[in-house]
Design a protein around this ligand. Sequence first.
Ligand SMILES: [Zn+2]
Length: 146
Amino acid sequence: MILKEAPSLPYEGYFWIIDDKVVGITSEVPRYNYTYSLNGKTHKNTWSKFIDDYLVDDKKVEWDYFPRGRVMVDPEYDFDGKFEEYSCIVFLDKCLNNEHYKQMIVDYYNLDLKTIHRVKWSMLSERAGIDHYTCHNCRKQGDVDD
Ligand SMILES: [Zn+2]
């Protein structure tokens, strides 16, 4: 008898960190027949689902108020088309760049797998100088630095 255990699969998607919790959109990434299912989905056009649940001083806030980020996972194959491993990169707000939040993100998206050798963490806003993953707090600090 051959017992087959279903492989543990990672998720990709995007998230906010609100009140020390991950509030996220997830999409499972299979080893084969992967298609990117989050096409056209953004923090901006998803925020309406959450806006009423995460008020600040009883008021609605914009989609870019809370710190946020995005997890991208891709299956990689050898020359014969056999699955080898996942590549994984996480873009995140610079105020989330510490072990506490990274661990929350790893747990939420199931990234602690043998098939993911390394998670790359990228603070896109710092490198590119554009307002990409920048929350209201980081923007305030930016103003002071300038
Ligand atoms: Zn921030």
